[in-house]
Design a protein around this ligand. Structure first.
Ligand code: RUQ
Ligand code: CUA
Length: 764
């Protein structure tokens, strides 16, 4: 039966916050009592105060962390360390509809290798686009180490828009690293293999196996990597590792280090000592120094070989043209990080106790004087380490990665074996401080720490093991990101954040105010192309198009209904639902799930997304909205009816079992009129303020106005039915009128609260 008027008025009153008084709470605990009960020290309180972010508060920095084997990117705030989002990149993720709607399936399909779906990725190194060496907050890149690929993520909507497969490598690690204006995204291979794929026996390792470095051209206007303007350089079969682009004085150059320059091939089962023994036998490996500007000229001059349609500068050409040089670097090197001014290149050695700091000026002097100590087995000139080193600093065991501080000459290096972060002066070669972390730190991240203007303040330790830091959750432990306050002379660990999603490798943090993400999409946007979708549908234009064997549904989503609500197809039909969210209200996302068909969409305001499948099993399949979007979210539902092939036309849709009389209509009508009075008072309050100075409120008012227009329309239908004494439809339409009123009241209240909390002024 229809709700009583009393119930309805109470519901609206509750919405408007005119509720009963809550019973008095127990006496609040004092700070001292809480400290005693939870065994906290003054230092703990200080850490809490440095990281605690009160409700509604925002973070100063936003971090983008690799999600490791999850194939995603993790976004969190600093200093609160609150996780804000997982961006689906290489792996399907149903909440975002990624891999479930046709638009994102097209992005994932770009990442197929040899026609095979690769439904995960091993993400390692994110990079934010730079303008003159500063983060600009527009785009994010991340690599997949396992299947050499690179993804482009838009920071306008935090969605993955492109995946490119490396055409020559079989694995990679040294990506993604950007040049100071993001003209190129660097990706270096890891384990050598024949370039472009294909088989070669391990006996021909030295002749047929190769490494490579790819310079992916980034087209800023298009927001896409332009594969036709990208090129690679063939490299010796060393295991190339991390990379970094030069900046400032070293702009135009890039650096990639390596391990296993022994070119050792293991094979325990063949009676050979393992890779790890043979690959760490030498005292030094090679830092690769590239003149990429020169390489770009050589590529543009056409001095390349095509491999899989991709331009590759051969090793011989690279040597002849002065593009590639090698410098020894000690003991299983790992990270290579160029200083903010571009003058120094810091290399860590996993089996070393010191970092090696190379001077770009000295490297250039050796190259200019052609002062080489010899060539490697492939004829690449080698610069003597003594001629290139600025300093070596003994920091501790297992230095890996380096990040920079806002203060000149100050750097932080992770010490994997010692489980410490070392802070030091790399100009003078002096240790300044050390702090213990938990445990076995890999990368570390300072704020904008690989740009030309690092911001200091915080360093995050990205630890490889958590061991005893958190409540046990089984043998697979969470990862541990530890926040370190580096604003004073002594570094202090102030927060432990467990990360339950893959092993994060590198991460980058940007000042939050540089990010300008969208609140809603322009009407009908295909978020994966960033363009207006050809299947976007305006309200009132909803339709079902049929052709033999195919049914296309052009629908809309708005609180709290899916249009159309009933879709009938025949067994075997190819069905596609093209759904547009017509909301303008912030955060009013609708989902769309169809029982038994592996369909879930996330349709944010303005977005158009498509679910497509073959209706191959006759049956009745409810579909519904999967986001709790409104009070009648559960009623945001519909039916997909899949008729057995050849079944005669079904009868028209029956109405529900309840019948309504004039009394029901009158009750409902009265309730709507009462509700209108409440709405009018809220509207009166809002319009009496300077609400136009608050863009958020303006958009809420627009949305409420929409809802009230819908309400007026439903009221008209109720009136018309009442005139014909069709009490059934009159009552139902009056009920719908009330639904729209409730939505308007809900938004009105949100606007009112916002105005009250943000100091709106009375203007009339
Ligand atoms: S990795 S722990 Cu960057 Cu892939 Cu060093
Ligand atoms: Cu839309 Cu729930």
């Amino acid at each position: 039966m229809i709700r009583t008027r009393l119930k309805q008025t109470a519901a609206v009153a509750a919405l408007l916050g005119i509720g009963a008084v809550v019973a008095g709470a127990a006496q609040a605990e004092s700070l001292d009592q809480v400290m005693k009960r939870r065994n906290l020290t003054q230092k703990d309180l200080l850490s809490a105060a440095k990281t605690y972010t009160p409700t509604g508060g925002r973070d100063e920095f936003v971090a983008f962390s690799s999600g490791g084997q999850s194939g995603q990117v993790i976004v969190y705030g600093i200093p609160s360390m609150r996780i804000l989002k997982y961006i689906a990149v290489f792996t399907p993720e149903p909440w975002q509809g990624y891999g479930y709607d046709e638009e994102s399936k097209a992005v994932l399909a770009q990442g197929k290798i040899g026609g095979r779906d690769i439904t995960w990725g091993d993400t390692h190194h994110p990079a934010i686009t730079e303008t003159n060496g500063d983060y600009d907050g527009q785009w994010l890149f991340i690599n997949d180490k396992s299947s050499p690929r690179l993804a482009v993520i838009s920071l306008h909507d935090f969605e993955t828009q492109q995946i490119v497969v490396n055409p020559v490598m079989q694995s990679e690690h040294g990506g993604a690293f950007v040049t100071p204006n993001s003209d190129y995204v660097i990706e270096a291979s890891q384990y050598p293999a024949p370039l472009g794929g294909g088989f070669a026996p391990l006996e021909e390792f030295n002749e047929k196996y190769r490494g490579a470095v790819t310079y992916w051209k980034f087209d800023r206007e298009a927001g896409r990597i332009d594969q036709s303007k990208s090129f690679s350089i063939e490299l010796p079969p060393y295991s190339q590792d991390l990379s970094d682009a030069g900046k400032g004085v070293s702009d135009g150059w890039s650096f990639t280090n390596s391990f296993c320059t022994e070119r050792y091939v293991g094979g325990i089962e063949r009676g050979r000592p393992p890779f790890e023994a043979g690959c760490s036998a030498n005292d030094t490996d090679f830092l690769h120094v590239f003149n990429w500007k020169k390489a770009e000229e050589v590529y543009k001059a056409g001095k390349t070989t095509k491999i899989n349609g991709h331009d590759v500068i051969s090793l011989k050409t690279a040597v002849d043209e002065g593009i590639l040089f090698l410098i020894p670097e000690p003991k299983s090197p790992h990270g290579v990080d160029v200083s903010p001014d571009g003058k120094y290149i810091v290399v860590g050695g996993k089996l070393d106790s010191q970092v090696s700091i190379y001077s770009f000026e000295k490297i250039q002097a050796s190259i200019a004087a052609k002062k080489f100590s010899g060539v490697d087995a492939y004829g690449v000139p080698i610069i003597d380490i003594k001629d290139a080193l600025h300093k070596q600093v003994a920091l501790g065991l297992g230095p890996l990665h380096t990040q920079y501080d806002a203060k000149p000459c100050v750097a932080y290096t992770s010490l994997y074996v010692d489980s410490q972060v070392a802070k030091y002066d790399y100009c003078e070669g002096k240790i300044l401080d050390k702090v213990s972390v938990h445990y076995n730190i890999g990368h570390l991240m300072s704020m904008e720490g690989d740009s030309v203007h690092p911001k200091g303040k915080y360093v995050v330790a990205l630890n490889k093991l958590a061991i005893d830091r958190f409540n046990p959750v089984g043998p697979l432990h969470p990862q541990n990101h530890q926040l370190i306050d580096v604003s004073g002379d002594k570094m202090e660990v102030i927060y432990d954040m467990p990360l339950p999603l893959g092993e994060p490798h590198y991460s980058v943090a940007i000042a939050a105010d540089k990010l300008k993400p969208l609140v809603r999409y322009k009407f009908g946007t295909d978020s994966r192309t960033g363009k207006t979708s050809p299947v976007a549908t305006r309200p009132g234009q909803e339709r079902i198009e049929r052709s033999p064997g195919e049914v296309k549904v052009f629908g809309t989503l708005i609180r709290s209904h899916i249009t159309p609500e009933i879709v009938e197809v025949e067994e075997g039909d190819k069905v596609s639902f093209h759904l547009t969210n017509t909301e303008r209200a912030e955060d009013e996302v609708h989902g769309f799930a169809v029982s038994g068909h592996n369909v879930n969409l996330s349709v944010e305001p303005g977005k158009t997304a498509t679910a497509a499948f073959t209706a191959d099993r006759p049956g009745v399949y409810p579909y519904y909205c999967t986001e709790f979007c409104s009070a009648l979210h559960l009623e945001m539902e519909g039916y997909l009816l899949v008729k057995p092939k050849g079944l005669a036309q079904a009868a028209a849709v029956q109405t529900a079992g309840v019948t309504y009389a004039k009394g029901d209509f009158d009750k409902q009508y009265k309730s709507c009129v009462d509700t209108q009075a409440v709405i009018d008072s809220v509207v009166g309050y809002i319009t009496s303020t300077n609400f136009k100075d608050f863009p958020q409120v303006v958009s809420m008012v627009e949305d409420a106005t929409d809802q009230l227009n819908f309400a007026a329309d439903a009221r008209k239908k109720a009136d018309e039915a009442a005139k014909k004494e069709d009490w059934q439809n009159a009552t139902l339409w009056a009920g719908q009128w009330w639904q729209y009123q409730v939505k308007a009241a809900d938004i009105g209240l949100r606007a009112k609260t916002f105005l009250e909390q943000n100091g709106a002024k009375k203007v009339k």
